[in-house]
Every structure is written in structure tokens, then in C-alpha cells.
Design a protein around this ligand. Structure first.
Ligand code: 5AD
Ligand code: SF4
Length: 465
């Protein structure tokens, strides 16, 4: 199969580095920056790339957004509330600028990629200096240079599907790193705007992924989170028979201490992948597998292309291959046409699977998606009641599922001090459950062994061994 997307040429990437250098020597450029990030891990990682480019332009992070010379909003549009929050915060910053006229503001990310949004920003938010979509991320230095040199507001929204290699990255955490394996999504679930704003599915070359992983290992990274909207279809379109399972096996052999990945689509979760997990030393025993609904009728309307039975069969197979595996999921309530019976099917599935955690959402209509124009939109009070019931059930179930860790040993990758106490640290165990244990500053960024002694709310309590 021919590849229908392009890797940005090295010459173009070099040209962008020249723009970064040109910005660096501009006398009137901003000195400090602050990035406000909304949405998923993909966006968080895009912000790390923005930070990498900003540092190449000579800027340093500011402590707060009020103090920064340059504030960037990296937006999300997957649900209406993410969009509203971003627009609210952007408007609020206009007030700050009244006292600091030199403040520069940029808006980027998925929201800008929505049809009509760039024009809206230009008209209604005239104080925004720079707006660019996800496809233009790598051109940030050039846009920055133009905005500073011309003094004019700059907007760029392309829709072509590209892969930029070799962008500088300023990682938030050194010990646990994001690594993108594929971009975009071709699934067109009927509620979801992602395929429209992130473009067609495209995989990075295995050699590029492995090279980045090697670099991370050399830098002492302990955990790599492989990212993609649908990592299970990694390799499609590369034309070399490569699969996600194969990539995982290579990373496992390379000896990356901990490997995680998200997000997976149940329809593409192959036996080959389950086998790769079964035989692995380093792939963590956890799986984020969004189910969205427990009703076959709703799954069909969502265009998910699996049934409840297929989902349950995948869960069984995962549990057989990796006993004790930590399962998490995403669920939407109030999808158009969802009856009380459909919702009961979802509740029943949640009970049957016993997830360690679940992200629950009220369906939010997105302009341009198929579901937005479906009959049977659900009233807000009904959706609210359903999500409350679902959250209560999941909390009850979590108390049960997490009990399996009591008395067990776990290895924790310590993230930082616990919010509850100064002589306690917290992080994630191999099953992706949060653990709080005794510890000090020397533990941060390290993998520490502990025994699980208790359970408070949704957090496990541990004592080091
Ligand atoms: N409304 C509500 N939730 C949504 N998600 C995606 N699109 C929508 C929408 N329009 C949820 C799905 C997905 C997660 C990232 O966000 O559950 O898995
Ligand atoms: Fe959206 Fe479905 Fe693609 Fe996930 S798989 S990003 S829910 S369209």
C-alpha cells in the first residue's frame, strides 16, 4: 500500500531551526513563556514540543501565566466543556493585557483545527497574536518570527497530514516520557471530532520510534508511554507488515524498564498484542480499553464496530494472558437514543468487568460529527443522573478490585511528594494504580519497592520494603 502522508523534509525542519535562531536574536522577543494545556496525553506531549521550540528561541518558563511575556493555550475540542474553559481563560487574559500591553498570546491545538474556528478567533478575539492548528505545530518558529517582525496577527490552519521528525522536546518528567508512535485516527466513531481535527491515521517509521526510545533510555528514562489515538493500528500504511505488537516486542528486547501505551481500540486489539504482553518483562500489566457503552444497540450507533460480547472476550483473553492485569476504560452516557435499558447494559458491563478505573463522560454533541444530528438527543438532567449513578457504581467496584493488591509487593515509579503529607511520596505501580508510601526527596524519579498495606479512597497505601 502506498503511503499517502509525508514526513516533513529535513530541509524544512532545518529551515524552522533557522527561524528559531532568528527569533532568539530579535531584541523585542518575549523572554518568558507559559503553556496552558487542555485535553489528552497527545496534547500534553505537543506542549512539550512547543516548550522545546520556545527554548530554542531563547525563552525560559515563567512561574505563572500572569508573569509570562508569552502565554500559549494548547486547546482541546473533544467535549464542549474543554472548549468553553479554554475560551473563558483566553478572554480573561485579555484583561491582564490591559495592564501589560507587551504580553503575547497564542492559541493552538485541536480547537483551532475545527472548521470555522480560526476565522472566529480572528474576528472575536482580536487580541490573540497567533493561532495555529495541530498540522502546523512544526512551523511554530516561522510563525513566531513573522508575528514578531510584522506586528500583525498570524493565523495558520493546514489540513494536510504530515509527520514532523526531530522536533526538540522539553519533557515535563524525565523519568517517565511520552513517545508518539502514530498520529490521527480513521475510525470515525460517530460522536468523535478527533478524526476531523487530527487528520488521517499515520504511523512513524519503526526506526524513528526505536531511535527516540534509545535516546530516552540513554537519558535514564524509566518508563515510556507510547502514544497514539489508536495505537493498535500502528503500522497500517507503512507497507512493511509492521504491527504494534512487533514494535512492543522490539522495545521490550531493548530493555526499556517500563512500557505503557494508550489508547487502544477493542476492535483492533489483536491476539498478537496479547501474546506480546504475556511474554514480556517490561510491558506493564495494565490496559486502557475504552468500551464507551455496554449496549450493542448504542455501540452500533457509535460506529464502534464491536459488540459487547467481543469486548468481554478481549477482556477474558487479556486476563488469561496477564493475570491480575489492571483494566481501565472510557464510558459515555447520554448518547443520542440511549434508553434506560441501554444504560442498564452499561452499568451491568461495568459490574461484570471490574475496572480499576473508569473515565466517564456525558455525551457532548460536536458540530460536524454524525451523532450531533441524530434523533433522540438526551436531556441534560437524564444524562446527569446517569453519570452520577455510574460514578457511584464504579467507586464501589474500585474498592473491591483494588483489594487484590493488599499484602502484595508493588514497584512504584515515584512522581513526587504526596498531597497529604511531607514525608510521603506517591506514584504509580506497575498496574497503573496510584500508591502513596513513606519516602523522601531522593525517591522522586526512582522505582521503589513497597508492600501494599491499605486502601484510602482510590489510592493504595504502601510501606517500603
Ligand atoms: N462526548 C463525550 N465524550 C466524548 N469522548 C470523545 N468524544 C466525545 C463526545 N463527543 C470521550 C470518549 C473517548 C474519550 C477520550 O473522550 O470516551 O474515549
Ligand atoms: Fe475518536 Fe473513535 Fe478515533 Fe478514539 S477511535 S479518537 S473515540 S474516532
Amino acid at each position: 500500500m502506498e503511503r499517502d502522508y509525508q514526513i516533513v523534509s529535513e530541509a524544512e525542519m532545518a529551515r524552522q531551526r533557522e527561524f528559531a535562531e532568528a527569533v532568539r536574536v530579535l531584541p523585542h522577543r518575549p523572554q518568558t513563556y507559559f503553556i496552558v494545556t487542555y485535553g489528552c496525553q497527545m496534547n500534553a506531549h505537543d506542549s512539550e514540543k512547543l516548550a522545546g521550540m520556545l527554548e530554542e528561541m531563547g525563552m525560559v518558563p515563567a512561574e505563572t501565566r500572569e508573569e509570562a511575556d508569552f502565554v500559549i493555550f494548547n486547546t482541546c475540542c473533544v467535549r464542549d466543556n474543554a472548549e468553553r474553559r479554554a475560551l473563558g481563560n483566553i478572554t480573561w487574559l485579555r484583561e491582564i493585557r490591559k495592564t501589560r500591553p507587551e504580553l503575547m498570546i497564542a492559541v493552538c491545538g485541536c480547537m483551532i483545527q475545527e472548521p470555522g474556528m480560526a476565522e472566529k478567533i480572528l474576528k472575536q478575539y482580536k487580541f490573540v497574536n497567533l493561532a495555529f492548528g495541530t498540522a502546523n505545530l512544526y512551523k511554530f518558529p516561522e510563525m513566531m518570527y513573522e508575528a514578531l517582525e510584522s506586528g500583525r496577527n498570524t493565523v495558520e490552519v493546514d489540513t494536510h497530514d504530515v509527520i514532523p521528525e526531530g522536533l526538540p522536546v522539553q519533557r515535563v518528567r524525565k523519568e517517565a516520557a511520552y513517545l508518539t508512535v502514530m498520529y490521527g485516527c480513521d475510525n470515525f466513531c460517530s460522536y468523535c471530532i478527533v478524526p476531523y481535527v487530527r487528520g488521517r491515521e499515520r504511523s512513524r517509521e519503526p526506526s524513528a520510534v526505536l531511535k527516540e526510545a534509545e535516546g530516552l533510555m540513554k537519558d535514564g528514562t524509566k518508563e515510556i508511554m507510547l502514544l497514539g489515538q489508536n495505537v493498535n493500528s500502528y503500522g497500517k500504511g507503512l507497507g512493511n507488515g509492521y504491527s504494534f505488537a512487533k514494535l512492543l516486542k522490539e522495545l521490550d528486547r531493548m530493555g526499556v524498564p517500563r512500557i505503557r501505551f494508550m489508547t487502544s481500540h477493542p476492535k483492533d486489539l489483536s491476539d498478537e498484542l496479547i501474546e506480546a504482553m504475556q511474554g514480556s518483562r517490561h510491558i506493564l500489566p495494565q490496559f486502557h480499553l475504552p468500551v464507551q457503552s455496554g449496549s450493542d444497540r448504542i455501540l452500533e450507533k457509535m460506529n464502534r464496530r464491536y459488540t459487547r460480547d467481543i469486548y468481554m472476550e478481549r477482556v477474558r483473553k487479556l486476563r488469561e494472558a496477564v493475570p491480575g492485569i489492571g483494566l481501565s476504560t472510557d464510558i459515555i452516557v447520554g448518547f443520542p437514543g440511549e434508553t434506560e435499558e441501554d444504560f442498564r447494559d452499561t452499568m451491568e458491563l461495568v459490574r461484570e468487568v471490574g475496572f480499576d478505573s473508569a473515565f466517564t463522560f456525558i455525551y457532548s454533541p460536536r458540530v460536524g460529527t454524525r451523532a450531533a444530528s441524530m434523533d433522540g438527543q438526551i436531556a441534560a438532567d437524564v444524562s446527569t443522573r446517569r453519570i452520577e449513578e455510574l460514578i457511584a457504581l464504579q467507586e464501589e467496584i474500585q474498592q473491591q478490585t483494588l483489594k487484590r493488591f493488599l499484602g502484595q509487593e508493588e514497584e512504584i515509579l515515584v512522581e513526587g511528594f504526596s498531597k497529604r503529607s511531607d514525608d510521603a511520596v506517591s506514584g504509580k505501580g506497575r498496574h497503573a494504580v496510584s500508591v502513596t508510601m513513606d519516602g523522601g526527596p531522593g525517591d522522586i524519579g526512582e522505582i521503589v519497592k513497597c508492600r501494599i498495606t491499605g486502601l484510602k479512597h482510590n489510592t493504595l497505601m504502601g510501606e517500603r520494603v
